[in-house]
Design a protein around this ligand. Structure first.
Ligand code: GLA
Length: 395
């Protein structure tokens, strides 16, 4: 699959620009084992980069001030002048890239002419962070080609800034961080307050993490994601007004939250309570993972799903169905919706020998209940964004 993506991207570059690309870059999507909707509230998250990618074919132009994109999968092009400040346009995919350019410019960095063609195997709107791969992939390319001396952390923050300013989704840092910092076989325990992080060997000991794509598409521009953030922000204002000495959101306790419950209102209370509980679950999950306690990890995934569905209210009928039915099957230890919600994938912890039977059964009952053909992704935990050098790397 990867070699197909690479060849297809190279060929499309050649026919769009009538020349050969000089560089190839791969920017991965991500999974998140646990820690949902806590990345914008000083929480911990446990994401990992996966073997689904946006492939970019790139050529640097020496005497040009134009950056030209060809989005192969949309069959659309866009050019802009790299000496000018850019503002958002009507094509959504372009805004992810212009937002990155703008953020790079704001950091006082200059870039020159480029031609880029890109294509993706990360399904869009499936909660696997194709947007973070696009933003951070472009930021990484600019950094490498023009030697901008930005750190990896800068690249993740630039991707997030693009999303905030040019796209309008007030996302946290998890997706961008995972796409930039991913490592083969390792999950990342990220402290979203300090951006300190540790890698864990993803030792699931005879179990696999498998994704079931509900094929309910969403975009967080319209999904309710920003509304959830507003509910949480309302709660935060009340909490910090009452307890101004508290440094991080995760330092608030449930009794503190209870004290200001009436003042913040029931909706914000529910959201904040979910977040405090989810942060605890992530800490427990990291411990369970490092000790190989898969049963407990499975239970935590289920608890997270219940919180996301009932307290944070970001699930949907199809995802609730997938989780409720999957967990009934033999060899399944845990299941939950993954990512921002309102559609996308569930992530399932399944005994390796039962994966095929579970996937087959779930496809069948999902189809008969919703008349939708569920997709199944058996993903591998992979490296973060990198340049692909054909003679150095295996495919
Ligand atoms: C989306 C956002 C992330 C994070 C998740 C939920 O993927 O981009 O920042 O908030 O939702 O955990």
């Amino acid at each position: 699959m990867l070699d197909q993506l690479i060849n297809h991207t190279k060929e499309a570059f050649q026919s769009a620009f009538q020349s050969e690309a000089d560089h190839l870059f791969l920017a991965p999507g991500r999974i998140n084992i646990i820690g949902e909707h806590v990345d914008y509230s000083d929480g911990f998250v446990l994401p990992a980069a996966i073997d689904k990618y946006i492939c970019f074919a790139v050529k640097k132009l020496e005497d040009s001030e134009t950056c030209s994109f060809f989005a192969i999968d949309f069959n659309e092009s866009f050019n802009f002048d790299v000496t000018r400040k850019q503002t958002p346009v009507s094509q959504l995919w372009v805004n992810y890239l212009l937002g990155v350019f703008n953020a790079v410019q704001e950091r006082g960095k200059q870039i020159g002419g480029l031609q880029i063609a890109f294509s993706s195997t990360i399904p869009m709107g499936a909660g696997l962070s194709s947007s973070a791969a696009l933003e951070c992939g472009f930021a990484y390319i600019l950094n490498e080609i023009f030697n901008l001396k930005l750190s990896k952390e800068d690249l993740a923050l630039i991707g997030q800034q693009s999303e905030h300013t040019f796209v309008g989704v007030m996302c946290g840092i998890m997706d961008q961080f995972a796409s930039v910092f991913g490592k083969e076989h390792q999950v990342i325990m990220l402290d979203c307050h300090s951006l300190e992080h540790q890698y864990f060997e993803a030792n699931l000991d005879g179990y696999d993490l498998v994704l079931f794509d509900s094929c309910v598409k969403h975009t967080h521009l319209t999904s309710g994601y920003n509304d959830r953030r507003k509910d949480v922000d309302t709660g935060k204002k009340v909490l910090w007004k009452r307890f101004p000495e508290t440094k991080k959101f995760r330092d608030f306790t449930v009794p503190m939250l209870d004290e200001v419950r009436t003042e913040m209102g029931e909706r914000s209370y529910k959201r904040c309570l979910y977040i405090l509980k989810e942060i605890e679950r992530v800490k427990n999950a990291a411990k369970a993972l490092s000790e190989g306690n898969v049963e407990y990890l499975g239970q935590l995934l289920l608890d997270t799903h219940s919180g996301l569905s009932k307290e944070f209210e970001v699930s949907c009928e199809e995802l609730d169905f997938l989780v409720a039915e999957t967990i009934k099957l033999e060899g399944v230890l845990g299941a939950r919706m993954m990512g921002g919600g309102f559609g996308g994938c569930s992530i399932n912890l399944i005994k390796t020998e039962n994966v095929d039977a579970v996937a087959e059964k779930m496809s069948e009952i999902y189809k008969s209940n919703f008349d939708i053909q569920m997709k199944i992704y058996k993903v591998k935990i992979s490296d973060g964004i990198k340049e692909f050098r054909e003679n150095e790397m295996r495919i």
